[in-house]
Design a protein. Structure first.
Length: 99
């Protein structure tokens, strides 16, 4: 599911809806979102109708690396991210949202 982005009227913030279908969540019962915007501390997502979602208001004019984290500790990328950046710490790519 693509990232849904809605800029504020003054264009200083952007509401971003992050979502991941249950079938892409590696069997997770719970899913979390971690990224540069929350110091990589996994924040809970809610599940409704087979889709995990969370909405955040982020400062506009920047890009943010993020990944989804399952309740089993598995880190997942977003197949609908704007782009990807290699992370040598995890030896994997991080998803990126560009605002």
């Amino acid at each position: 599911m693509p990232l849904n982005k809605k800029p504020s009227k003054d264009k200083t913030l952007c509401k971003v809806d992050f979502s991941l279908p249950e079938e892409a969540a590696a069997g997770a019962k719970k899913l979390f979102l971690a990224g540069e915007f929350n110091a990589w501390k996994p924040a809970p997502m809610r599940k409704a109708k087979g889709v995990f979602t969370v909405s955040l208001e982020l400062p506009a004019g920047a890009s943010y690396q993020y990944r989804y984290v399952t309740d089993a500790g598995q880190w997942l990328n977003d197949t609908e991210a704007d782009c990807y950046v290699f992370n040598s710490f995890a030896d994997a790519d991080n998803s990126v949202v560009v605002l």
